[in-house]
Ligand binder design. Structure first.
Ligand code: F6P
Length: 342
């Protein structure tokens, strides 16, 4: 077979491990030809591609990012996008595509499949917000990085008697904030799924001080929102998939907490550090398992499906099910941890 590969959306650790696994098994076991499309759907539209071989994909397992480059290009926002993609496939005589991406890249893959493009999806994102899979690769690495950073905040917060606010990524899902906050022993965790009450947050901080604790760590998801009318926030510009550019809640909390409690407060934005660098062992293995399953799926003609981890097993699920809705933190799960706050 002749298979095209692309990585779309925000990069995340483990993308190269998928590419390597697809190429190794595709060429080594099936005798396939592999073509890498550069920069996500943009590469498929503009036909910027390179041949991938076992040699060209050596040594990439541990590398963060993606050797194919990525973009947030939405083919349905580009004039003739789906047609140009079909033409690229025809020009290179590709039997189908393996698209590695999150909600947006795979949402486009699902629509393209409905229009007759052969595609298999592989779920990636540090946000862990894709449906139909227990977890996406990239999340574990981001969680590890964020947890280590929170660990470091404790000593400096304690030394200065400060409140430190850590803003983490995750878009509309609070998975990174919740898990890093729990693992890092945060005193308050704010997630988009549960609008926060700033009075309550300040109450937790003051309660600690009254009980002899001289510092606090607040972990906030970038998409966390105050209960309506309780605190002002700003909106960011939109990308091609209609998502606002998030960020800024940490700084708002810094001002608000300091003003309301009188305790010195600083905000730290972990930002893209959470997405960079080498994947954890868990992510390397998961990405490799997804890659091996994706090329098998292509050979089995299971177009329109996505590889998924379900109860420790790799399965194929319908792409449409995976992108039907964003997988958010269940409110009950968040509430279970409230007892640890303060
Ligand atoms: O979707 C992954 C993600 O890292 C989000 O957590 C974050 O909101 C967004 O991408 C940042 O995007 P960009 O790299 O385009 O600023």
């Amino acid at each position: 077979m002749r298979i095209g590969l692309l990585t779309g959306g925000g990069d995340c650790p483990g993308l190269n491990a998928v590419i390597r696994a697809v190429v190794r098994k595709g060429i080594g076991e099936y005798g396939d030809q592999m073509l890498g499309l550069r920069g996500g759907w943009r590469g498929a539209i503009e036909d910027t591609s390179e041949q991938l071989t076992i040699d060209s994909t050596r040594g990439i397992l541990t590398r963060g990012g993606t050797i194919l480059g990525t973009s947030r290009t939405n083919p349905f926002k580009h004039d003739g996008g789906p047609r140009l993609i079909r033409e690229t496939l025809a020009r290179h005589e590709l039997d189908g595509l393996v698209a590695i991406g999150g909600e947006d890249t795979l949402g486009a893959a699902n629509r393209l499949h409905a229009e007759g493009v052969n595609v298999i999806g592989v779920p990636k994102t540090i946000d862990n917000d894709l449906g139909a899979t227990d977890v996406t690769f990239g999340f574990d690495t981001a969680l590890q990085i964020a947890t280590e950073a929170i660990d470091r905040l404790h000593s400096t917060a304690e030394s200065h008697d400060r409140v430190l606010v850590a803003e983490v990524m995750g878009r509309t899902a609070g998975w990174i904030a919740l898990h890093a906050g729990i693992a890092g022993g945060a005193h308050a965790i704010l997630i988009p799924e549960v609008p926060f009450d700033i009075d309550e947050v300040c109450g937790l901080i003051c309660h600690r001080r009254e009980h002899g604790q001289r510092y606090s760590i607040v972990v906030t998801a970038e998409g966390a929102l105050p209960k309506e009318g309780t605190m002002a926030t700003a909106a960011g510009e939109l990308d091609e998939f209609g998502h606002p550019r998030l960020g800024g809640i940490g700084q708002r909390l810094e001002q608000e907490i300091e003003q309301r409690t009188g305790y010195e407060t600083r905000a730290t934005v972990f930002g893209h550090i959470q997405r960079g660098g080498t994947p954890t062992a868990f992510d390397r293995v998961l990405a490799t398992r997804f890659g091996l399953a994706a090329i098998d799926a292509a050979h089995a003609g299971k177009w329109g499906t996505m590889t998924a981890l379900r109860s420790a097993e790799i399965e194929l699920v319908e792409l449409a099910d995976a992108v039907a809705e964003v997988r958010l933190v269940p409110v009950a799960e968040y509430e279970r941890y409230r007892v640890l706050f303060g």
